[in-house]
Design a protein around this ligand. Structure first.
Ligand code: FAD
Length: 375
């Protein structure tokens, strides 16, 4: 089989790239997925994700204005239903200085500072014991993640080969992929393999660290619905002391998890249990006891996996020695909200080597292999 473009991996970034390639007129296209579409082994499953403008690096704040302003609305129009559900977002804890710093340079972004006292009044059950100021981000929303994945799957399903694991990439005169469903040739390749990326692109082994994530769902006494319970991020004293959560959405319980982005490495093929491991349950309960009033009863569990870079910057670039191969990796637990942008960037890099986004081109160096720091 021979294709103009092959996309390797059907998570949110692979599906978004395939959708954008198709919109740009590429018909001889294949998307290769080692599991079934919509599986829960990688990074893109689950009902909900946070989108926000509040970031500690101005480039992401700037890029989010583009993504919120035109790219998600275009997807919603194509889907014919909302994919983002507007919701207040709060950022608090002793570690919010970086956010405040980067937002100072962008006053037009609708994020305001309120006192902890005001925040306690507006956002039960949060207590804010170690926060003086709380950032209230009016651009936040709950991303209907599962519905977004299904929208994209419906758009590119005819091009997807499921249960087709790529076992090796041979970059000769033609790119040859040895897969569990036979040999496949292509002129251009986009690798969006998530936590498995460095197995296929060994030169990234020093840059990428897959990290398992445990997510709990809790029944609380306070209002827990979209519009009544915030999306939120707690930034502790230490960089690795960060938690986040979302209102109840399409399943019982508010979402709560630790944001694990350190050098720790997990096997993406690890086996996943049915229930929240005791250590993670104790960790989340400790957070609840410190930061929330009232009771919180565990009613659900989800396991997932990040692919961390040590700067938490994405990698969106050609292989240094081969412009036919483009890689999108290292989304470090914050890539879903960017998918309408990263999908189009990866598609355009594969087809022309440049992107149509001046906002991205301004920051492009930060996403290049050459800028990728090693752990
Ligand atoms: C618990 C959790 C919470 C998150 N919360 C947020 C949030 O609130 N906001 C936000 O913006 N982001 C969030 N993220 C991050 C976001 O979900 C990820 O950045 C994004 O899903 C990464 O998608 P991906 O397509 O790059 O990777 P994946 O979804 O992992 O997709 C990679 C695909 O490649 C396939 N593959 C790999 N190797 C092969 C092979 N050899 N052959 C064929 N197929 C292969 C895999 O099976 C997989 O389907 C969160 C992530 C997690 C885990």
């Amino acid at each position: 089989m021979k294709y103009e473009v092959v996309v390797l991996g059907a998570g949110i970034n692979g599906l978004a790239t395939a959708y954008c390639l198709k919109k740009q007129g590429v018909s001889n296209l294949a998307v290769l997925e080692q599991f079934q579409l919509g599986h829960s082994q990688g990074s893109s499953h689950g009902r909900s994700r946070i989108t926000r403008s509040t970031y500690s690096t101005p480039k992401y704040v700037e890029l989010m204005q583009l993504v919120h302003g035109s790219l998600w609305p275009a997807w919603e129009e194509a889907a014919g239903h909302p994919l983002l559900h507007k919701n207040p977002g709060i950022f608090f804890g002793p570690g919010i200085g970086g956010y405040q710093e980067s937002l100072r340079g962008l006053p037009e972004v609708r994020v305001e500072e309120i006192t902890a006292q005001e925040a306690r009044r507006r956002f039960p059950p949060f207590l804010f014991p170690d926060s003086r100021q709380v950032l209230l981000d009016h651009t936040c929303a709950v991303v209907a993640a599962d519905r977004t994945m299904r929208f994209l799957m419906d758009q590119v399903r005819d091009h997807v080969m499921e249960n087709c694991q790529v076992q090796s990439i041979d970059r000769g005169p033609h790119i040859f992929l040895d897969t569990t469903r036979g040999g496949i040739e292509c002129e251009r390749l986009v690798v969006t393999a998530g936590p498995w990326t460095s197995r296929l692109v060994p030169q990234l082994q020093a840059n990428l660290r897959p990290a398992h994530q445990d997510v709990g769902y809790f029944e609380i006494e306070a209002s827990s619905q979209v519009g009544h319970f915030p999306v939120w991020v707690y930034a502790g004293e230490q960089a690795d002391d960060s938690f986040y959560g979302l209102p109840e959405f399409e399943r019982p319980g508010v979402k709560l998890a630790r944001h694990r982005t350190g050098p720790h490495e997990d096997d993406p093929d690890r086996s996943i249990g049915e229930v929240l491991p005791a250590e993670a349950a104790a960790d989340l309960q400790q957070f609840v006891d410190r930061q929330w009033s009232g009771t919180a009863r565990l009613v659900g569990y989800d396991a997932c996996i990040y692919t961390n870079t040590c700067s938490e910057d994405f990698l969106l670039d050609h292989l240094p020695d081969d412009p036919r191969v483009v890689v999108g990796a290292g989304f470090s637990g914050h890539g879903f909200k960017f998918a309408p942008l990263t999908g189009q960037v990866l598609a355009e890099l594969a087809l022309t080597g440049r992107t149509s986004f001046p906002e991205f081109e301004r920051h492009r160096q930060a996403f290049r292999f050459a800028s990728a720091a090693c752990w």
